[in-house]
Ligand binder design. Structure first.
Ligand code: NAD
Length: 340
């Protein structure tokens, strides 16, 4: 290790034989999540039947000669997988099958996320950052955090960045500008059809000039806003329809974008979405994991205050909050636990 490098960290990828993990492992080891000075050991964790696929991924990672990657551990033993980890990307779980209802998925995945929470509590570092991807991710994040009480609540999140990136991509491709020239897109709520992608205060740079999107589009803004929201909400299903699989590379890229901002911080005046334990901001129910606009400084996120909420946003935020409360109650009932 050179003197300029950070201290070695251990990064867990659960569901490591899956398709998101296949993209994520290489991006993370390449430095896209933690920067180019952060050496790491990757812990690849999945079910015993999937050891072959994890071994294949391990070989490919080694064959990529990645300077930051110091070791790759392949395991189906949670004690090994969760030991001393600083970061957990939790993607291991059942996938929604055709015809399966959202609540059946909760029933299937909540026990897995209870166990993963217990493993975090027992074996992970107390400053571990945890990102839950398996669906329904907001509620699985809640279950996981509940069972790892010694890790701060603010260290748990999901992958809301994927919805944000989809919205930014939509704006950029429609206006034929670089995605880097779109800022302050907001995502509110649950990672479900009830989410509220809100471009009311987004800004864009076109021909080297910065504009509020609403000013740039003028009379077209209202229609654009509705079409953007519909496109983002339907994008996951559209991708499944096209590839026969859910988002892979874009989900992995979004995980890296989010982790990079979480660690390095957001530039002054720039907000990004993060799914965090609600403190009741914007009239949301407390303690559900809800996506808010945040700013991040020195590794700490803060919900951005004072954004004006119009009537339409109010009803959508309320609807998503109610849905998350129902999901949370369904999950705790499924596990036979008391509801806080
Ligand atoms: N929230 C988002 O934005 C978003 C986007 C894409 C995918 N997803 C979700 O992320 C998850 C991963 O997606 P994918 O496409 O890689 O799925 P995948 O089906 O390809 O991989 C999931 C992996 O999890 C493993 N697994 C199942 N139970 C496990 C357990 N108890 N412990 C450890 N591993 C276990 C499976 O063996 C499989 O290898 C899925 O639940 C998917 O629905 C979420």
């Amino acid at each position: 290790m050179t003197s300029k490098e950070e201290q070695l960290i251990r990064v867990l990828i659960s569901g490591a034989a899956g398709q998101v993990a296949y993209s994520l492992a290489g991006l993370v080891a390449h430095g896209m999540a933690f920067g180019l000075k952060q050496p790491m050991i990757l812990h690849l964790f999945d079910l015993p039947l999937e050891t072959g696929k994890m071994e294949g991924l391990r070989m490919e990672l080694i064959d990529s000669a990645l300077p930051l990657l110091r070791d790759v551990i392949v395991t189906s033993d949670p004690v090994v997988a969760f030991q001393d980890i600083s970061v957990a990307f939790l993607m291991g779980g059942k996938r929604r099958q055709p015809g399966m209802k959202r609540y059946e998925l909760i029933a299937n995945n909540c026990r897995i996320f209870k166990d993963q929470g217990l493993c975090l509590e027992a074996f992970a570092r107390k400053d571990c950052k945890v990102v839950v991807l398996a669906e329904p991710c907001n509620t699985m994040c809640y279950i996981c955090a509940e069972h790892a009480p010694s890790i701060p609540r603010e260290n748990f999140t999901t992958n809301a960045r994927l919805d944000y990136n989809r919205a930014v991509g939509y704006i950029a491709s429609n206006l034929k500008i670089s995605a880097a020239n779109v800022k302050n897109m907001i995502i509110w709520g649950n990672h479900s059809d009830s989410m509220h992608p809100d471009c009311s205060i987004a800004s864009v740079v076109v021909n080297n000039k910065s504009h509020r999107l609403s000013e740039y589009l003028g009379d077209e803004m209202a229609v654009f806003k509705t079409q953007l929201a519909e496109a983002v909400i339907k994008r996951g299903a559209e991708i499944i329809g096209a590839r026969g699989m859910s988002s892979g590379w874009s989900a992995a890229k979004a995980l890296c974008d989010q982790m990079r901002d979480w660690i390095a911080g957001t530039p002054q005046g720039v907000m990004v979405p993060m799914t965090v334990a609600s403190d009741g901001s914007y009239g949301t129910p407390k303690e559900i994991f809800f996506t808010f606009p945040v700013e991040v400084q020195r590794g700490k996120w803060n919900i951005v205050r004072g954004i004006k909420i119009d009537e339409m946003s109010r009803s959508k935020i309320d609807f998503s909050g109610k849905e998350l409360l129902q999901e949370k109650m369904a999950a705790v009932a499924e596990m036979g636990e008391s509801y806080n």
